[in-house]
Design a protein around this ligand. Structure first.
Ligand code: ADP
Ligand code: MG
Length: 695
């Protein structure tokens, strides 16, 4: 591998970015395009063909032959349909062409993308529309054009559009608030840095396991003698083969302009993490989707398979994605940075309070935004935050909020506590705030870290919820404070009232502790334990009002989204159930029965020889009983899947959760017990020990 590549030269080399645009576009076209990008205005009919041609010529110079409108449907990673630039000429040859029309609008045959029934109600087709706020890029010989996806009647069918809308909503309201502090800010953006966890396993092992192939996670598997208890993998030295993967991954991501920064081993064996430098939320979302794709592809080239499922192996940690989130102005001010000047402190406290109120009032939405069949195996287990949403803000900030609530001068708290000698907030130390790893939503110095996301999730959803909920609180605050005769007094009164009203969401203790569940219940916090319990709350009255107020979703779009996600949930469980049955019936049972037969033959032979067959008989009794149990459990699972009612999506989701899942657990138990007993050469596929401790 070519190591000493020139990184600055490599970085963004496959992206149609600022530099390329300036180089390749006529000045006036460049200016108009920039304006469109900045203000979100419609693209000029004269500009589009010029941009299209420049884009195509640039893409050809990077070896592209095709283009695709790239978008983020409601489920799955991303969608693309490739068209070539080829256009026939009169003399039987071809030229490479790309028109303005083709750039601006595409018509994928979209009838099989999940829409939650929207297209059935309206129009069979959908179309993609170029999103000029995100750069086009070349990957694997194709020009990728980031697009939004909607139906002909205008309902949105993707995740990108609502994300952009939620960012606009937050910007509008935050600018209003900042104006009250005498600041003339034109645009506020949310920034995100998502830390991505993943597993790398050997391709040969993967290929032998139907569960990994069909569901992305293991449905069977006894714990090996060694798991993660020694914690010797975390930040441990990276194996050469993995290091080679990581290096190529970095290079591929850099080419696409993705700021891959840190990489290290995670807690579980074979588990790793990649963290990028944070950027604007919509770009971070595109980049994270790309990162997941590139991870999979590069893994293949190194003889690995990259597992992005939230819980690939029972008994060792699952994979999450930490959504580091903050808000900053176009003037470069991070609004969640405590700052030192007292005037700035009040502004910080107001934004902090808006986030606290938002998380408390929209706990359900945040929980829903991370709900999936895969993540259900993680949340609440001893490695990930519980399914209860709470916030960690740290002792220093807590003392200040306590003082504000009690009507004491909070600046004094800071002074005596930190002995700073100045009337200012303490400089919140990152390492003191970041200590609590068990909190689902933690303040980490100048940003919040939302830690409940599953590793395969599109980060658009949680950020849509977060942005819109915070926008709503800022709207209320701005309405109230606007026109107050004594701004300072009104502000203090507001902070006091809201902190008192929403402090129940703050929990600085250990979120993994059993007692927290009872305490949270006492506080009236939601505990939506599984996806099927959480999702139906999406379309609660207050949530529809929220999204409609800020123009992010219509009621109809929300209903369709809810349905699409619920469908994804029970279909996932359905596939898992069928995969389990298949593996149990056709691989595990035959293997265990032949082992049983061999033991029985041995027992018989000994008996004929007049020898005592103690070992054989005891083993036979146990294995035979487990085989019985396994066969019975599989039959019960089959019956449960057969008996799926004809019902609406929500009922089905509950059915799969309440009836099918327990049957699956019941199948796994005897099988895992058998795995520990049956001769190694009998076992039909690689075990956890084989997969997790390969050399
Ligand atoms: P750690 O969480 O391990 O202490 P860092 O604080 O350096 O590490 O960053 C973790 C992630 O948070 C990185 O992806 C980083 O880019 C991101 N991050 C840092 N500052 C911000 C911010 N203002 N907005 C959004 N993400 C941020
Ligand atoms: Mg972190």
């Amino acid at each position: 591998m070519n190591t000493a590549k020139n990184v600055p030269e490599l970085f963004g080399s496959m992206v149609f970015n600022e530099t390329v645009m300036r180089e390749r576009l006529p000045k006036d076209v460049y200016k108009k395009l920039k304006q469109t990008m900045r203000e979100g205005t419609a693209i000029d009919a004269e500009v589009a063909p010029v941009v299209a041609t420049a884009m195509k010529d640039w893409a050809l110079s990077k070896g592209a032959t095709h283009y695709t409108h790239w978008f983020q449907p409601l489920t799955g990673i991303t969608a693309e349909k490739h068209d070539s630039f080829i256009s026939p000429t009169d003399d039987g040859g071809v030229v490479m062409e790309f028109s303005g029309k083709e750039l601006i609008r595409g018509e994928p045959d979209a009838s099989s993308f999940p829409s939650g029934g929207l297209r059935a109600t309206f129009e069979a087709r959908g179309y993609t529309a170029w999103d000029p706020t995100s750069y086009a890029f070349v990957k694997d010989g194709t020009l990728y054009i980031p697009t939004a996806f909607c139906s002909y009647t205008g309902e949105i069918l993707d995740k990108k559009t609502p994300l952009l809308r939620s960012m606009d909503a937050l910007s509008t309201q935050a600018c209003r608030v900042l104006k009250l502090f005498g600041k003339d800010v034109k645009r506020v953006t949310t920034t995100v840095g998502p830390e991505q966890e993943y597993f790398l396993i050997d391709k040969a092992d993967y290929a032998k396991r139907k569960d990994l192939i069909f569901t992305g996670r293991t449905l069977f598997g006894a714990m090996p003698p060694k798991g993660q208890e020694m914690e010797d993998h975390y930040f441990g030295s990276i194996r050469p083969r993995v290091a080679a993967f990581m290096q190529e991954l970095d290079e591929e991501l850099w080419k696409l302009g993705i700021f891959a920064k840190t990489k290290h081993n995670e807690v579980a064996p074979c588990q790793h993490e990649m963290a990028p430098v944070f950027t604007t939320t919509n770009i971070a979302t595109d980049h994270n989707q790309l990162t997941m794709e590139v991870m999979r592809r590069v893994a293949e080239r190194h003889g690995f398979v990259c597992l992005l499922n939230e819980k690939p192996f029972e008994g060792v940690n699952g994979s999450g994605k930490h959504n580091n989130w903050s808000i900053s102005t176009d003037t470069g001010e991070n609004l969640l940075e405590p700052g030192k000047a007292p005037s700035g402190n009040l502004q910080f406290l107001l934004f902090l309070t808006a986030v606290i109120k938002a998380v408390d009032e929209y706990q359900d939405l945040l929980r829903i935004s991370v709900a999936s069949a895969g993540n259900d195996h993680r949340l609440g287990a001893n490695e990930a935050p519980p399914a209860i949403i709470s916030m960690f803000i740290g002792d220093e900030l807590q003392a200040i909020l306590d003082a504000v609530e009690a009507g004491r001068d909070y600046t004094d708290v800071a002074k005596t506590k930190m002995d700073l000698g100045v009337s200012a907030l303490p400089d919140i130390q990152k390492d003191t705030t970041d200590r609590n790893r068990t909190s689902p939503f933690a303040f980490t110095g100048n940003k919040f870290e939302f830690r409940m996301l599953g590793s395969s999730l599109n980060i658009a959803c949680p950020n849509i919820m977060l942005n819109t909920a915070v926008a709503e609180e800022l709207r209320q605050f701005a309405d109230e404070l606007d026109g107050a005769t004594d701004f300072q007094a009104a502000l203090t009164a507001l902070l006091r009232r809201e902190i008192k009203a929403h402090k129940r969401i703050i929990f600085n203790g250990n979120g993994y502790d059993e007692s927290w569940v009872a305490e949270a219940e006492k506080r009236g916090l939601l505990n939506l334990k599984s996806t099927d319990a959480a999702l139906p709350h999406y379309t609660d009255e207050k949530n529809i009002r929220l999204f409609e107020t800020h123009g992010v979703y219509t009621k109809l779009e929300m209903e369709s989204r809810e349905e699409a996600v619920i469908e994804e949930y029970y279909k996932t469980l359905h596939i898992e159930a069928l995969t389990m049955r298949d593996m149990a019936r056709r691989e595990i049972l035959p293997a265990c029965l032949s082992f049983e037969r061999a033991v029985a033959d041995g027992a018989l032979a000994k008996k004929q020889l007049g020898l005592a067959g103690g070992a054989e008989t005891r083993l036979l009794t146990q294995v035979s009983a487990l085989n019985d149990a396994l066969e019975c459990a599989v039959s019960t699972l089959e019956e449960a899947v057969e008996a799926v009612p004809k019902a609406d999506a929500e009922t089905l989701a509950h059915y799969y959760h309440d009836e099918v899942l327990p049957c699956m657990d019941a199948v796994r138990k005897p099988s895992d017990a058998l795995e520990r007993m049956v001769g190694k050469e009998y076992w039909p596929f690689p075990t956890y020990a084989d997969i997790l401790f390969y050399t």
